[in-house]
Structure formats: structure tokens, C-alpha cells
Design a protein around this ligand. Structure first.
Ligand SMILES: *[C@@H]1O[C@H](CO)[C@@H](O)[C@H](O)[C@H]1NC(C)=O
Ligand SMILES: *[C@@H]1O[C@H](CO)[C@@H](O)[C@H](O)[C@H]1NC(C)=O
Length: 295
């Protein structure tokens, strides 16, 4: 009994020491495991957060654009494509975009620069920071839906401007039978030209491309030549066009030109102040369309 007791006591004492030793080892293991777990969790969490942040490309696009219902309603994707930067065409004729004016060329350009009106909601108008009371609503008499507003896509207006400048550049074809040159064409056209140049200037500066152009030695050329045929990351044009197609307002010419003006509607002041009114008056006095007025 005694021996047993002693034995037990001794055992217990030994067990106690061992337990203490074990417990301190366990403590170490627990601390290491805890630290490792925390590190692992942080790494995993960071990865998940980065993935989440990386996920829809629309997130990035939203950060680099002002509010657009397009970016809010679809997940716009990006595509890699190579620019055709050839200076001298190696095909005859060159691609439609580089040909001299013709009905086919006009058709191609019209097809990419459609500025038809589409619909946005009142919530979109507010998100754009615009006042719905001074933003033109789709007239209820058009029966196209309630609380809708007319909208145009900025990108399409820029394409329209590029096309307009193209026409002024090929002046004899488009205006030669009416005017002598861009300097003496009607003021409306002069301002349309300078407005379009200025629109594209500001947009190019705003979205200055940071892509890099390298130089190459080219057969028959004494100095290195820039290689403009670079790879670009582009917004998926088909998705944009599809989005627009689903929102275009089916307006007849009459509906476009004779939009009923609501009674007591809030009007904004003429932007370029007296000049526009003066022009309207001069054209009226001369009995001609504003677009045809020559100073
Ligand atoms: C680039 O455009 C030019 C001019 O239209 C054409 O001749 C050439 O074949 C095009 N190059 C490629 C790689 O498509
Ligand atoms: C075009 O130039 C001719 C010759 O200088 C001039 O007589 C004519 O008035 C000009 N026409 C216009 C529309 O400026």
C-alpha cells in the first residue's frame, strides 16, 4: 500500500513534471500554430480580397469613368487587339477606313458613329448629377414609357466628330459644290469643325494613351521607323453596341424634330450667350437656314 502509494505519489510527481513540460511544449506549439494561422488567414483573406477586387473588370472601368448606366448594368469586358498602324497600305484598295470618299465609305463611317437617342431613367439623371427639371424627358405622348430621359453616348459623339472632321478634310467631295474652302464656309460649319477638333483634343488629353511605340529598321529607309501597330486593351465594342441597341428610342424624324415643349419648362440660358442669338437673328433676316448663313 505504502509502496503503491509512494509509487503513485512518485508517478504523480513525475507526471506533474512531464505534464508541465508537455504543457509548455503545447503552449509553444499553440502559439506557433496560432501565429501561423493568423498569417495564413491574412494571406488567404488578402488573396480573396484581391480576387474580389480584381473580379469584374467593370469595377476598374467605373473607377476610370464618370457614372454610366452602361457600366452599372452590364459587365463590360476588355479585349486585346492590334492596331493597324501601317503608313502605306499594302493592299489595293486599302481598308474601307482609309479610302477616298464614296457612298460605301460614308456608309461604313455612319455605321460606327450613330448618335441616335436612347433612354435613361430619372435615377440615372440624378446619378449623373443633372437636374431632372432641366433635362429633356421623353414626352409622355410618345408612349415609350414613363420617367425616361433622352441620352446620347459620349463615345458615339466622338466618333461622329471624327467623321465630321474627315468630311471637312475631304472638302471638295463633301462641300466643294457649295463653298470655296473651310475658311469661307458658313459659320455653323466653321464652329462645327472647331468644336469637333476641340472635343477630340480634350478627350485624347483626358485619356492619354500610355502604350509604348517602338522603332524598327525598315528596308529602304535610312532612319529607324516607328511601329504604330501596337497591342491595345480595348473595351468590347460589341457589348457597347448591344447595350445601346437595346435602349435606342424608336423615334420617327417628326418625333426627333418636333419634340413637344412642356409648358413652363425650365430653360437654360443659351450657352455661348449673345453670339448664338445674334446668328439666329442674322440668318432669319437673310431668310436662310442657320446652317447656311455665311458671315
Ligand atoms: C493595315 O491597313 C492597311 C491599309 O488599309 C492594309 O493595306 C494592310 O493590309 C493592313 N494590315 C493588316 C495587318 O491588316
Ligand atoms: C468662291 O470664290 C470665288 C472666286 O474667288 C468668289 O467669287 C465666290 O464668291 C466664292 N464663293 C463663296 C461661297 O465664298
Amino acid at each position: 500500500m505504502k509502496i503503491k502509494y509512494h509509487g503513485i505519489a512518485q508517478d504523480e510527481r513525475e507526471m506533474g513534471v512531464a505534464a508541465a513540460r508537455n504543457s509548455s511544449r503545447w503552449k509553444q506549439i499553440a502559439i506557433i500554430s496560432f501565429v501561423m494561422n493568423v498569417l495564413l488567414s491574412i494571406t488567404t483573406l488578402t488573396k480573396i480580397l484581391l480576387e474580389l477586387k480584381k473580379q469584374p473588370i467593370s469595377e476598374y472601368l467605373r473607377e476610370t469613368s464618370s457614372y454610366s448606366p452602361l457600366l452599372n448594368s452590364i459587365s463590360l469586358n476588355l479585349d486585346h487587339s492590334v492596331i493597324n498602324g501601317t503608313l502605306f497600305p499594302n493592299t489595293s484598295p486599302p481598308s474601307i477606313w482609309r479610302q477616298n470618299p464614296s457612298p460605301a465609305v460614308d456608309e461604313a463611317w455612319e455605321s460606327i458613329s450613330d448618335t441616335s437617342l436612347f433612354r435613361i431613367t430619372r435615377a440615372d439623371v440624378l446619378a449623373l448629377g443633372r437636374d431632372p427639371s432641366t433635362t429633356t424627358a421623353v414626352p409622355p405622348s410618345y408612349n415609350l414609357g414613363a420617367d425616361l430621359y433622352f441620352a446620347e453616348l459620349d463615345g458615339q459623339h466622338q466618333l461622329h466628330c471624327l467623321n465630321a472632321i474627315r468630311k471637312y478634310a475631304y472638302f471638295p467631295y463633301y462641300f466643294g459644290d457649295k463653298y470655296n474652302d473651310t475658311i469661307s464656309m458658313p459659320v455653323f460649319h466653321q464652329h462645327h469643325l472647331s468644336h469637333c477638333l476641340d472635343i477630340l483634343r480634350q478627350n485624347l488629353l483626358c485619356q492619354e494613351s500610355t502604350d509604348i511605340i517602338t522603332y524598327q529598321w525598315v528596308e529602304g529607309q535610312s532612319i529607324p521607323q516607328p511601329d504604330f501597330s501596337i497591342e491595345k486593351v480595348c473595351k468590347r465594342r460589341d457589348q457597347i453596341v448591344d447595350w445601346l441597341d437595346r435602349r435606342y428610342l424608336p423615334l420617327t424624324d417628326d418625333m426627333k424634330v418636333n419634340v413637344p415643349r412642356p409648358e413652363n419648362v425650365a430653360e437654360i440660358e443659351v450657352p455661348a450667350s449673345p453670339y448664338w442669338n445674334e446668328l439666329v437673328e442674322k440668318a432669319r433676316a437673310a431668310g436662310i437656314q442657320l446652317h447656311e448663313y455665311v458671315e
